[in-house]
Ligand binder design. Structure first.
Ligand code: NAG
Ligand code: NAG
Ligand code: NAG
Ligand code: NAG
Ligand code: NAG
Ligand code: NAG
Ligand code: NAG
Ligand code: NAG
Ligand code: NAG
Length: 889
């Protein structure tokens, strides 16, 4: 939403509030007099009618109907007034009692009733036609209920009606012609319904009419000229409809009119220059959001009673040459979003005259062509001022010092002008300031320390200026900030971690296009309500902190154009609300986490980094136009449209031994033969794999696991799942994740010396290496258990056939499965030797950096379901740091 829109919405909400407060109905009703009438008998009819009324009310939260019982005469019932002599009901008054139900047609039998007053309830259904029988009725007050259907034409028989309010219901249809007979009508309120059709001309014949409110319906057509005949009219509100055309000139002739409200229609034409002379008593003049043209009437200078003047969002033009000096009651002045100008010679004179408007609270001048400075004037405006907006004009010069006098200011809107100079320190005196908009100007210098005094500040927009220096750490005092935008300035230094101690920050934190350096503090994870984080185009470095995953409300993440390194933190895939993620133009590497598929991402930009491995295909990755991956040369796979090289499939990696060969070998019992064949096989397999091993290592994605997940997977690390105890910890069998994969979980004994080092060296060793004969590590977990102790675990592919040690020294305790073959055949033994040799050959000669296992022994050689041997336990592994020396070529 553009700020300008925000501005006008806020302005109008305030106005609507005023309109609601104008509760003229209340005053009018109490003007009633209760005249005595003659006695007709028939009191039982009233009794029955009231009981019928009660029956149709289904909810009575205040229990008023408990007094409507037979032990009391109905004249004593709550809400009922009877005539003094004849004991017939003359008023039914149940305002705001929370009544739910409908209005019984029996109400038409209360033939002596004068006032039906049921506002602020939830009575629905139709307004019964039978009300038309109540020819003595004077007041029908049904405001704020749930009535539907049309206004009954039968009401025309209620010829004594002077107050009719059906405001705030759900009435439809048009205003019935028959109401023309209600010649005594003084107050007609049909506002906030769904009435359509035109404003009937007969209203001009209701010569007693004082107030007419048709606000917020769907009435169309022109405003009838006949309204001009209503000489007693003082309140006219036809706002919020679909009226078009010109305002009939007859409307400018009500000397008694105080409220003139036609905002939010499609009215056009210009205003007569003498308007405020012919309507001298106007207090409210509200015509915003129409299509009026021409200049503002000069007679505005004479409108001495005026309180609210709002003509925003029209097409008024010309030089504003009004002297507001005599408008002492003026509280709201908005001429925003027109095309008004200030002259060249007497620039902004109208603005100076505002200094005399001592009641002024809201001043909206945004979106015009005003050109000039605010020097020495702004600070002299009324201290009542809470809202000042002059954005989108041509104002230049410094932000006036002295502004600090406006101690009640809550909104200060100076954006999109040509302000220069620095932000004055006395801004710190605006203790009530909630919104400060200074974006798109030429303001320079440092951010004032005094910003920290603005503890109520909700929104601070300083985007696109020439600000420099660092963010003052006392920004932390602005604990109510919802949005902070400092983008497109020349700010530098590190991002202070205090900035992340403002948990209210929710709408956005915009720091893009500056010169910030250093890393992104991990405290960023405190911003759990943040929706937009923009750090783009800075010089930020280091890793993207995994705490960013705690920003669970994040929808837009922009970190492009920085120097971030390392992998995409897996934790980011927990941000369920993320929609757009731009990580392009950094130095990020590693695999693209598969879990990103699960997010509701609409756009993902990973271009110009160093990502590698297989590109996922589901979720956002299924839509080539939603992702950008260019500039990453080591990616493969993904959907076809991406035109990336193919990754190797599992089958291609798992090369089966030819069966015939196995038979031959099993027949040969001479060790020499075996040795020759083994050497043959050794080289054959190695060469097969040489060209593919680097690619196969790319196909890897890491699952993120927590302590809780592992706890669940192993049934609380139960003894039943314990499959081994080693020097650095215990190994459990577990069932993990949604696909219920069987895994082996090595839990490190963190109290033991060296365990942590062993964990790290194992992670390091296995991070980059993949081989058919190495135990595959699925993921690792570094966390704390529920006692708060360090918890470290490694999760491996499960090896169902146990270790070589089990097989060589078979005993019942260590055997973990039912194995039928109790001893290894000579062929199996040969294969195992070859498998282990292959693994060692790979480790020593074909890894990115040679790895020395340092702990090869039968218990570290494990078998998968096909009895293929895998070397495991890299807890003691070491890297050899001079790789070239060990490489074959
Ligand atoms: C109706 O009026 C008659 C005569 O005045 C009286 O006896 C009777 O009690 C009244 N009934 C009710 C319900 O008020
Ligand atoms: C009738 O209503 C009155 C007033 O609320 C109450 O005092 C009285 O107990 C009620 N009588 C019965 C029978 O409910
Ligand atoms: C009162 O009104 C109802 C419904 O409009 C009607 O059925 C009934 O006959 C009327 N008269 C009496 C005496 O209740
Ligand atoms: C109806 O409710 C509104 C809003 O709460 C209040 O301003 C008004 O005074 C109420 N009217 C009556 C008659 O209770
Ligand atoms: C409508 O009536 C309800 C119930 O009394 C009240 O809470 C609400 O404020 C009223 N609304 C208006 C706008 O009068
Ligand atoms: C409409 O009003 C007339 C005159 O009071 C009355 O005779 C008629 O019964 C009313 N219509 C209904 C449906 O009550
Ligand atoms: C208003 O009435 C229309 C039908 O006339 C209905 O669809 C709508 O739900 C009603 N709205 C409310 C708030 O009762
Ligand atoms: C208004 O009153 C005049 C004079 O009594 C009459 O001629 C005209 O028809 C009336 N207009 C409407 C719409 O009732
Ligand atoms: C800001 O607050 C500090 C401490 O409360 C105070 O010393 C300083 O004068 C204030 N600055 C302004 C401009 O109000």
């Amino acid at each position: 939403m553009s700020l300008r829109l925000l501005c006008s919405i806020q302005f109008q909400t305030t106005l609507l509030l005023f309109v609601v407060l104008l509760h003229v109905e209340t005053l009018a009703v109490f003007g009633i007099s209760i005249a005595a009438t003659t006695y007709f008998g028939g009191n039982e009819t009233d009794h029955l009618a009231l009981l019928a009324f009660k029956r149709q009310i289904s909810r009575d939260p205040e229990n008023i109907f408990s007094s409507w019982n037979d032990s009391l005469h109905f004249c004593e019932w709550e809400g009922i007034t009877c005539g003094r002599k004849h004991r017939r009901v003359i008023a039914l008054d149940l305002q705001a009692r929370g009544l739910v139900g409908s209005l019984s047609p029996y109400i038409g039998n209360l033939s002596f009733i004068r006032k039906i007053m049921l506002p602020n309830n939830s009575i629905g259904g139709k307004i019964p036609d039978e009300v038309g029988r109540l020819f003595r009725l004077q007041v029908l007050w049904l405001r704020n209920n749930s009535f539907q259907g049309e206004i009954p034409a039968n009401l025309s028989h209620c010829s004594n009606l002077y107050f009719l309010s059906v405001s705030r219901n759900n009435l439809s249809g048009s205003i019935p012609m028959e109401l023309a007979f209600l010649l005594k009508l003084e107050y007609l309120f049909v506002d906030r319904n769904n009435l359509k059709g035109e404003i009937p001309t007969f209203i001009g014949n209701l010569s007693s009419l004082q107030q007419l409110d048709a606000y917020d319906n769907v009435l169309g057509g022109h405003i009838p000229d006949a309204l001009g005949q209503l000489k007693s009219l003082n309140f006219l509100q036809l706002a919020g409809n679909k009226l078009f055309g010109l305002i009939p000139p007859s409307l400018y002739n009500f000397s008694s009119l105080t409220v003139f409200s036609l905002f939010k229609n499609e009215l056009s034409g210009s205003l007569p220059t003498n308007l405020f002379l012919t309507l001298p008593n106007l207090q409210w003049f509200l015509i915003y959001e129409n299509q009026f043209t021409g200049s503002l009437p000069v007679s505005l200078s004479n409108a001495s009673e005026l309180q609210y003047f709002h003509v925003g969002k029209n097409n008024f033009t010309g030089k504003l040459s009004v002297n507001f000096g005599g408008l002492h009651h003026l509280e709201l002045l908005s001429i925003a979003d027109n095309n008004l100008e200030s002259g060249n010679d007497d620039e902004m004179n109208f603005f100076q005259s505002l200094v005399n408007c001592s009641s002024l609270q809201k001043l909206g001048l945004s979106g015009n062509q005003f050109k000039g400075t605010l020097h020495n004037v702004l600070g002299n405006l009324s201290t009542q001022l809470t809202y000042f907006a002059i954005s989108e004009n041509l104002i230049f010069g410094e932000i006036p010092f002295g502004m600090g006098n406006l101690v009640n200011l809550a909104t200060l809107w100076l954006s999109d002008n040509k302000f220069s100079g620095t932000i004055p320190e006395d801004i710190g005196k605006l203790k009530k300031l909630q919104r400060l908009y200074l974006h798109n100007n030429k303001v320079s210098g440092r951010l004032p320390i005094a910003l920290g005094n603005l503890t109520l500040l909700n929104e601070l927009y300083l985007t696109s200026n020439k600000l420099e220096g660092t963010i003052p750490p006392n920004i932390e005092n602005c604990q109510n900030l919802l949005v902070l935008s400092l983008s497109q300035n020349n700010l530098s230094g590190i991002i202070p971690k205090q900035l992340f101690a403002i948990p209210m920050l929710s709408i956005g934190l915009f720091l893009g296009q500056n010169f910030f350096v250093g890393s992104l503090p991990s405290e960023v994870g405190n911003l759990v309500h943040l929706e937009v984080l923009d750090l783009s185009e800075n010089k930020l470095s280091g890793k993207i902190p995994s705490t960013l995953g705690s920003c669970t409300s994040l929808e837009y993440l922009y970190v492009e154009g920085n120097l971030f390194q390392g992998e995409i933190p897996i934790s980011l895939s927990t941000s369920r609300s993320i929609q757009v993620m731009d990580l392009s133009r950094n130095n990020l590497s590693g695999a693209i986490p598969n879990l990103l598929e699960k997010l509701s991402l609409k756009n993902l930009n990973l271009s110009f980094n160093d990502f590698q491995g297989e590109v996922p295909t589901k979720g956002v990755f299924a839509n080539a136009s939603a992702i950008s991956l260019i500039g990453n040369r080591r990616l493969c796979g993904g959907i076809l449209e991406l035109k990336l090289p193919r990754c190797l499939t599992k089958e291609e990696k798992k090369i089966k031994w030819p069966f015939a060969l196995k038979v031959v070998i099993s027949m040969a019992c001479v060790i020499l033969v075996i040795t020759i064949v083994s050497f043959f096989l050794f080289y054959w397999r190695k060469n097969k794999r040489n060209d593919k091993s680097s690619e196969s290592s790319l196909k890897q994605s890491f699952l993120r696991v927590s302590y809780q997940m592992l706890l669940k997977a192993t049934d609380g690390f139960s003894l039943a799942n314990l499959i081994g105890v080693g020097s650095f910890g215990s190994v459990y069998k577990g069932i993990l994740g949604e696909d219920r994969a069987i895994v082996a979980i090595k839990v490190l004994n963190t109290e033991r010396q060296g365990a942590s080092r062993s964990f790290i060296s194992e992670c390091e060793a296995l991070k980059n290496i993949r081989h058919r004969n190495l135990v595959k590590i699925i993921t690792s977990c570094s966390s704390v258990d529920f006692r708060g102790n360090d918890f470290r675990a490694l999760v491996y592919e499960f090896m169902p056939n146990g270790s070589l040690e089990n097989w060589l020294h078979m005993n019942l305790e260590t055997s973990i499965m039912q194995v039928e073959i109790r001893s290894l055949s000579i062929l199996q033994r040969t294969n195992i030797a070859i498998d282990v040799a292959c693994a060692l050959d790979y480790l020593h000669h074909h890894c990115p950096m040679p790895v020395v296992h340092c702990d090869i022994k039968p218990s570290n050689i494990l078998f998968d379901c096909d009895m293929i041997a895998h070397v495991g336990d890299f807890g003691l592994a070491k890297f050899l740091l001079r790789p070239t020396q060990f490489q074959k070529k």
